[in-house]
Design a protein around this ligand. Structure first.
Ligand SMILES: [Zn+2]
Length: 341
């Protein structure tokens, strides 16, 4: 008789088994084998590189997952569930992604069914911003809270909402798309086709376009970037740390738009915590978070603003590993069990 890897054993009343996570990002895909506590046993990173044929891409993903499991010395039968974090929108009922801009050929791609058939394990799907919100809530800066708003804040601005200790998805899993709330009516054009969206002002790609147009050629930002045409947010952050006036003005503009959005969200959702991703996390307290905290407090009622926390990502470069794993945990119903709800 062949001895298989454990079927999830029981200890202290809870199933112990492995989870697989897939985080499909704009440029790289991260496959992770881990446990319910978020401890990573093995992972594999590779370029996202869609071929235009979703079926072929999904078969390749399944092969890579099998390889990861084998190389980690685990049996596929010991994997409780697979979680997939993928750019939205989604049809969760059908287990399909809907026309993701970075994945040509993936419109209505049967992600759940293809992986479930190939691996024989249950597969759960979540949009990437929702997955990140869950990961920050369960493993990161939002642990122990019930009401959290997560904003991704890198190339674009994605958002996810955990309300009352549960992910709030809305239609097409698109609740929390804060990046496309207009902050200037009929303002700058946005990549989404609308105008005046928050993302058109402080999304990374929009800010880079602006910086490359407005950075003075003789400025510190231009010197750090090797020319004004190569200016990026990280050069602004570095120059602002040195006290450069242009960089400080750019940070003030960024913080002002961000604070306006957070004030609106505070009145609508009354969250305990905002967790802010890449750019605010890199800029830190003095350049971004403290000025934003001050502005939000100044423009909200004190009983909402005083207890409100505005924090950087707690997971940072662990996020791609934990985003997939937390989707698997949520699919298994293990978050409600383990969380504060
Ligand atoms: Zn937009």
């Amino acid at each position: 008789m062949r001895l298989c890897y454990a079927a999830p054993t029981r200890r202290e009343g809870r199933a112990i088994g492995w989870l697989l996570g897939i985080d499909i990002g704009g440029t790289k895909t991260v496959l992770t084998l881990g446990d319910r506590q978020g401890r990573v046993r093995g992972h594999l990173r590779r370029p996202t590189a869609p071929s235009g044929d979703a079926e072929a891409d999904l078969q390749r993903l399944a092969q890579d997952l099998r390889r990861l499991v084998e190389e980690s010395g685990v049996e596929l039968g010991g994997v409780e569930a697979v979680g997939v974090s993928v750019p939205g929108p989604l049809d969760r009922e059908a287990g399909q992604v809907l026309n993701p801009p970075n994945l040509p050929g993936w419109d209505r791609a049967p992600v759940r069914d293809a992986l479930q058939t190939a691996l024989g394990r249950p597969v759960y799907l979540e949009n990437d911003a929702n997955a990140a919100a869950l990961a920050e809530w369960h493993f990161g800066a939002g642990r122990g809270t019930r009401d959290l708003v997560y904003l991704s804040m890198s190339t674009g601005i994605g958002g996810g909402l955990v309300l009352g200790g549960r992910l709030h998805r809305g239609v097409a899993s698109s609740a929390g798309e804060v990046g496309h709330v207009p902050i200037v009516w009929d303002g700058e054009p946005c990549a989404c086709g609308l105008r005046g969206c928050l993302e058109a002002y402080i999304g990374g790609a929009s800010w880079i376009r602006r910086l490359q147009a407005v950075t003075p050629p003789a400025s510190r930002v231009a010197a750090l970037a090797g020319g004004a045409a190569a200016a990026r947010p990280e050069h602004v952050v570095e120059a602002a740390r040195e006290g450069d006036a242009f960089a400080l003005a750019e940070m003030a503009r960024y913080n002002d738009f961000l604070a306006r959005a957070l004030v609106q969200l505070t009145f609508v959702l009354a969250p305990e915590i905002f967790v802010l991703g890449t750019i605010p996390t890199a800029a830190g307290d003095a350049l971004c978070l403290d000025p934003v905290r001050r502005q939000v407090r100044a423009h909200t009622w004190s009983f909402l603003g005083d207890p409100l926390r505005i924090e950087p990502s707690g997971l940072r470069d662990r996020l791609p590993d934990l985003a997939g794993l937390v989707v698997a945990l949520d699919g298994l119903g293990a978050l409600a069990e383990a969380g504060v709800g």
